[in-house]
Design a binder for this molecule. Sequence first.
Ligand SMILES: Cc1ncc(C[n+]2csc(CCOP(=O)(O)OP(=O)(O)O)c2C)c(N)n1
Length: 472
Amino acid sequence: MSILKTQGLYELFTRKGPSNQRATHYCAGCGHGIVHKLIGEALVELGVQERTLFISPVGCSVFCYYYMNAGNVQVAHGRAPAVGTGLARTLNKKIVISYQGDGDLAAIGFNATFQAANRGENIAVFFINNGIYGMTGGQMAPTTLLGQKTATSPYGRDPLTMGYPIHISEVLNQLHAPVYIERVSVADTPRIMKTKKAIRKALEIQRDSKGYAFVEILSPCPTNFKGTTLEAAQFCINEMEKEYPLSCLRDRSAEVQTKPEMPPRVQAHDFFPLISDSNEVKTSNESKVPTKHFKFSGFGGQGILSLSHVIAQAAQTAGLHVSWLPTYGPEQRGGSAACSVIISSKHIGSPEVVSPNVLVVMNQPSYERFAPAVPQNGVILYDSHIPVDKVPVKEGVRLISFPAIEMANQMGVPKAGNTALLGAMAALDLIPLSKDILLNTLEKSFKSKHAVAEKNRLIFDAAFRWIKDQAK
Ligand SMILES: Cc1ncc(C[n+]2csc(CCOP(=O)(O)OP(=O)(O)O)c2C)c(N)n1
């Protein structure tokens, strides 16, 4: 008798480490392997393998990406619904699978699950309920049965101190949006056949973009149930099913309509250059500028974020790729704010700026924090009040002192030190954009406050002239 190759899984499981393997890492009798096989087969049967993105969680199934022959993403513990939401919304016509254990889904990730279900995201969720944290050694999960002994409930789960098993399918069934919710099991062959149908249905719902589908799968964990494979399967049937009856709680797939595609305003390749067809970009003006990495930093309230925002918007207006990544402390006022901006005619991978070509700082702590990271040939534009001699910078870094705060004060708008810096940057040619685009964007940022806009324009001009005069 020959054993047929499972469809939808890789032939060899190419893993980091010594060798390629034909076996998965799962224990004998574990339900994960069976569910993988069923999903793989359904993807092939439905002809959707090429447009499927499989999200692996943290848990025993963390290595799903070694097995599933589809697009793969690995996410942080419990975050599959959040990442799935992003993928499903930006990649039209993609089938997004969120594969999660009960620790991952019902404990750390419960809120993300509940909210994604409530929004009716286009995701198929396969919830592997083995009543235990398998990967970490059999601790109690939200789904552990009353009286069940685990590593963290050695005398059995006691509802007085540990609460009751959570029925996730029933909880989600309170929500309006989900299209399909079914609880199945892989404890024996007839049950596996039903699970196959449920998996297929959830994937059909995704194929037709009909919304949220949730399949809970009771699954044996012989290692942590501390029994044989047969005993673990029997535990699923005889004990787990009493608490979690198998049933289809909801199927609205025949009534609901295909959801409209997301507007093209949000396109995947804007976020994921690595999975776009090519990294070549056609910007609207076809301009080619070298990629520039900026870091802006100062106290909250000094206008660092507005300054960087104007530059980012101006770059966008010029048809360039741009990223704007602010970071700030928890304080509403004061605290420090920093912002990474990247401008490029190519797609931008990560928005984080570690070694800025241009660092603009408005206070001493920011200088101390970021100046050492500026690489050779980089520029540091700093407000003149900052003592810079205590912190060494790399050789070949150009330090430019500019009295932005003083100038803004003298011109009667103390808050406009950021605008003065913008004028100085324009005069120093630190931004690969024309002065006109910068000024127009600055003006627009004040919306209808014409008087303020005018004052800021004057400050911009004064700063521009100041730099040019210095250069003479
Ligand atoms: C943020 C974070 N918290 C905790 C952990 C430890 N951890 C890894 S897997 C896991 C639980 C896995 O259980 P489950 O989701 O039920 O999957 P199973 O292993 O049983 O398939 C935990 C708590 C982690 N990796 N990351």
